[in-house]
Design a protein around this ligand. Structure first.
Ligand SMILES: Cc1ncc(COP(=O)(O)O)c(C=O)c1O
Length: 294
């Protein structure tokens, strides 16, 4: 995409049920979610003009808001329709959709009671999340200092803005030190995920991934697990510890934005982009590009 600020583009944004000119989709500074972190959002990818797993994303947006204690005034079907309309009206063929919901500016204070829920859906062209070189050779990762909070400390299943504070800080820190991303441990010191993607490793020909009990069970994660099972690759979901990562023969990340991206280095230790990763990368790209018109 071009270098202009994201708010300065042609096109339309779906805002609370209506299409508005892109530059006019604005919020007031007293918007509750801006102060208290309770916006919820989605990231969806568009392949050949079609949104992959659209209904799963719309459903998760509704669920995220519910987990934070508010209801969106639209159904999953209405959100799906809005998303398709925005993608078509902005003529996005290869790109990204960002739906977001937030609580309005009716009250100030910690309590959000009395605020009105709002929803917007934007869509724009977007290439790869990581560089082409990183996708070929594997990402360079470093373990983050921040840890994912336990499920009793934060609504881990919600894709909520406030949950991303430590992700953004970890990613910025990793990038500032020359790494592509950070791997986050959880509050127990177990392996959790990257700052915007789930984590997998291959060991003894099996695919291992942490049990998602304090981070998002990503839609891509579930898709890749399914692809692996269909290819008779044994899948193990379990508690994983950083000390055992040295035994891995391959590692990769999954996410809507990241897709399936190999890891080439973690904390100075090198990994190759091996056959299981290559097979699942190919299978995922075949799946997303083979979408039929609905
Ligand atoms: C923190 C985090 N974990 C995992 C994921 C992967 O989720 P999904 O595959 O549903 O995009 C994402 C991306 O949304 C994320 O931001």
């Amino acid at each position: 995409m071009n270098q202009a600020s994201l708010d300065d583009r042609d096109g339309v944004i779906w805002l609370d049920g209506k299409l508005v000119p892109w530059r006019e989709a604005k919020l007031h500074v007293l918007t509750h979610s801006l102060h208290y972190g309770n916006a919820v959002f989605e990231g969806e990818r568009v392949y050949g003009g079609h949104v992959f797993k659209i209904n799963e994303h719309s459903t998760r947006l509704l669920r995220s808001a519910e987990l934070l204690g508010y209801q969106l005034p639209f159904s999953a079907e209405e959100l799906n329709r809005a998303t398709r309309e925005v993608v078509a009206r902005n003529n996005v063929q290869t790109g990204y959709v960002r739906p977001i919901a937030w609580r309005g500016s009716e009250v100030i204070g910690v309590s959000a009671r009395g605020t009105k829920p709002h929803v917007a859906v934007t869509a724009f062209p977007w290439p790869s999340y990581f560089s082409e070189e990183a996708r070929k050779k594997g990402l360079r990762l470093k373990t983050a200092a921040w840890r994912r909070p336990g499920p009793q400390s934060a609504p881990a299943e919600a894709k909520a803005a406030g949950m991303y504070i430590i992700c953004t800080m970890s990613r910025d820190q990793a990038n500032a030190e020359g790494y592509d991303d950070a791997l986050m441990l959880d509050w127990r010191g177990q392996v959790a995920e990257a700052t915007g993607a789930n984590f997998f490793m291959v060991s003894g020909g099996e695919l291992h991934t942490p049990t998602p009990d304090c981070f998002l069970d990503g839609i891509t994660r579930q898709t890749v697990l399914d692809l692996a099972r269909k290819r008779d690759i044994r899948v193990v979901e379990r508690a994983m510890f950083p000390e055992e990562l040295g035994e891995a023969s391959e590692m990769f990340l999954t996410g809507t934005a990241a897709e399936v991206t190999p890891i080439g280095e973690l904390d100075g230790r090198k990994y190759t982009v091996g056959p299981v990763t290559q097979e699942l990368m190919a299978a995922y790209s075949q799946l997303v590009s083979g979408l039929v018109r609905t």
